[in-house]
Design a protein around this ligand. Structure first.
Ligand code: GLU
Length: 559
């Protein structure tokens, strides 16, 4: 290596270590030009050397890259070290085994908002040992989607989240009933038959309702009668502080009557716990040490503390994180459900949705979602996520993983006039320029090709280079121009992808807006299997979703 090469090597290594093992030659060139202005006059050489050297660096593992840097005597800066350590703060007050839980409501499949709690819980269990509990919170019979019991574990598995214990709250109804009764016996809860609006008036002016001081016997009698009473006529209230500054926290409802059958346990029960009651009982009984939840649950945490104190239980550490705003991601489960029911979306994995299954179907990698969530962490400030951000993270992963293929999605059949016989044959092209050992694709080339209509229309009167093949002149007739890359450069020819007509292999690509494009793909795509993610050159990354009668259907990820 000469000095310039060594310099590029060093910066490529630094860039790779900074980006989890994957350097970008453009960034490397940028840094070199900035710090070594004397090299600017050799920019062409630097650009091509940087491409080559970055490729070599990227074929090393992150550890090897770090070792190489050490050999060069280069120390990572503090900033780089810090960036590399996950941005996730330590858990407060860890003392003994850490027990965490992910507790979704089964109202549908998981969406990207759920991914935060799931992934961060998992990350902490990895950091501290201990265990993660999956608890499906289905104590509101009206908000249960029976399919969710299966979709939630599937979505977690896709994300790589592993849990050690699993509970479904509707299996635990007797436990909630038992603790409700205990609370009455302790004088810490009371049966209240006030009409809702009357109770609200009293509560808002910090006044007791007449039931608060009922005798134990009267309370227990009503509790026994509760299953036979009508919905809305009676609730069990937890005593809190009637002067609490937040009226919502004053004597909150622990148990209520629901008329609807429960989709899972039927009509066995009519008296159901409210979320704050079942969550607290379970978090205690399951030994949860740290509760990660959004700051929209701040008042709930406050409510729950009363219950812990009444029952003489230790309060777990509550960690509240800010909201995740997702500007351009269709998020709400109820909106998605309506759209599916109205036939606007094809299902929970429609490419327009922000569900985990929709994202996965499009070839977004679980690692990208994990990186995103670790970066966002548990901070209390709100964070904003966009597709663009997710695509950036995913691209870093896929650039290495995805092999490349040609697909022409807006095809126009072209016959190249005057193509010398000697140039007909088979064109070989690497599957991945950074990993030549992955081998080659073979494209038969006989002068009949599909080109993208836009490439033809936008280059009328100009020369186009068909990648790794020949240069052609676009006019009323399409004719052979020349064969070398130098000639193409001289002509400032655009370099385009193409597909041989002879292989006649059809492809469809489902775009993010649910528009289904169709065209042709090169014959080597025969070797692909469903779930493979590829880079369709000049089109973007896509995941192979199905193969039917040798026709491939991809779901588009992003450019
Ligand atoms: N099932 C509740 C929810 O998903 C759990 C909230 C919590 O306690 O973290 O909102």
């Amino acid at each position: 290596m000469d000095d310039t090469e060594k310099l590029i090597y060093k910066y490529a290594l630094l860039n790779a270590v900074k980006h989890k093992g994957s350097a970008q030659s453009g960034a490397v060139v940028g840094v070199i030009m900035g710090s070594h202005p004397e090299l600017r006059k050799e920019s062409k050489k630097i650009v091509s050397l940087a491409a080559e050297i970055t490729g070599q660096v990227n074929s090393l593992s992150l550890d090897e890259q770090k070792q190489e840097l050490e050999k060069l005597g280069v120390k990572e800066t503090k900033k780089e070290k810090k960036q590399e350590k996950s941005g996730l703060a330590d858990l407060p007050n860890v003392d003994g085994e850490v027990v965490l839980r992910f507790a979704p409501n089964p109202s549908g499949p998981l969406h990207i908002g759920h991914a935060r709690a799931a992934i961060l819980n998992q990350e902490y269990v990895t950091r501290y040992g201990g265990k993660l509990i999956l608890r499906v919170e289905d104590t509101d019979p009206r908000r249960v989607d029976p399919d969710a019991y299966q979709m939630i574990p599937e979505d977690l598995e896709w994300m790589g989240v592993k849990w050690q214990d699993q509970y479904i709250q509707s299996d635990r109804m007797e436990i909630y009933h038992q603790y409700a009764r205990e609370l009455i016996e302790l004088g810490k809860a009371y049966m209240c038959t006030c009409p809702g609006d009357e109770f609200k008036k009293l509560k808002d002016s910090s006044q007791e309702c007449p039931h608060r001081e009922m005798s134990l016997a009267e309370n227990l009698k009503l509790w026994e009668e509760m299953p036979g009473m009508s919905e809305g006529s009676v609730v069990l209230r937890v005593k809190t502080d009637l002067d609490h500054k937040n009226p919502a926290i004053r004597d909150w409802v622990a148990m209520r009557i629901v008329d609807d059958e429960h989709p899972r346990i039927g009509d066995k029960f009519r008296v159901y716990p409210m979320m704050n009651f079942s969550v607290t009982v379970d978090d205690h009984l399951m030994g949860v040490t740290h509760v990660l939840r959004g700051k929209d649950h701040l008042a709930n945490s406050e409510k729950q503390k009363y219950l812990y104190h009444h029952l003489g239980w230790d309060v777990p550490e509550f960690i509240h994180y800010g909201r995740l705003k997702m500007d351009d991601i269709a998020l709400s489960t109820s909106q998605a459900r309506n759209g599916i029911e109205e036939g606007m979306y094809t299902g929970w994995d429609d490419p327009r949705l922000g569900t985990i299954r929709a994202i996965g179907r499009r070839g977004i990698m679980p690692e990208a979602i994990k990186e995103l969530m670790l970066e966002i962490g548990v901070k209390i400030a709100d964070s904003t996520v966009s597709w663009k951000k997710i695509y950036g993270l995913n691209r870093n992963i896929l650039e290495k993983v995805a092999n490349r293929y040609f697909a022409v999605l807006n095809p126009q059949k072209v016959t190249i006039n005057g193509l010398p016989e000697s140039l007909k044959g088979t064109i070989k092209r690497v599957k991945h320029p950074d990993f030549p050992d992955r081998g080659y694709r073979e494209l038969p080339f006989d002068g009949e090709v599909y080109l993208d209509q836009d490439d033809i229309e936008n280059n009328n009167g100009r020369v186009l280079r068909l990648m790794d093949a020949v240069n052609i002149k676009i006019a009323d007739e399409i004719t052979y121009h020349s064969s070398s890359l130098e000639d193409a450069r001289k002509e400032k020819a655009r370099i385009v992808h193409w597909v041989p007509v002879s292989s006649n292999k059809r492809v469809k690509v489902m775009m993010q807006d649910a528009n289904l494009l169709s065209g042709f793909i090169e014959p080597s795509s025969d070797e692909l299997s469903v779930d493979d993610i590829v880079q369709l050159e000049r089109v973007g990354f896509a995941r192979l979703d199905s193969v039917q009668n040798s026709e491939l259907t991809f779901y588009f990820a992003h450019k």
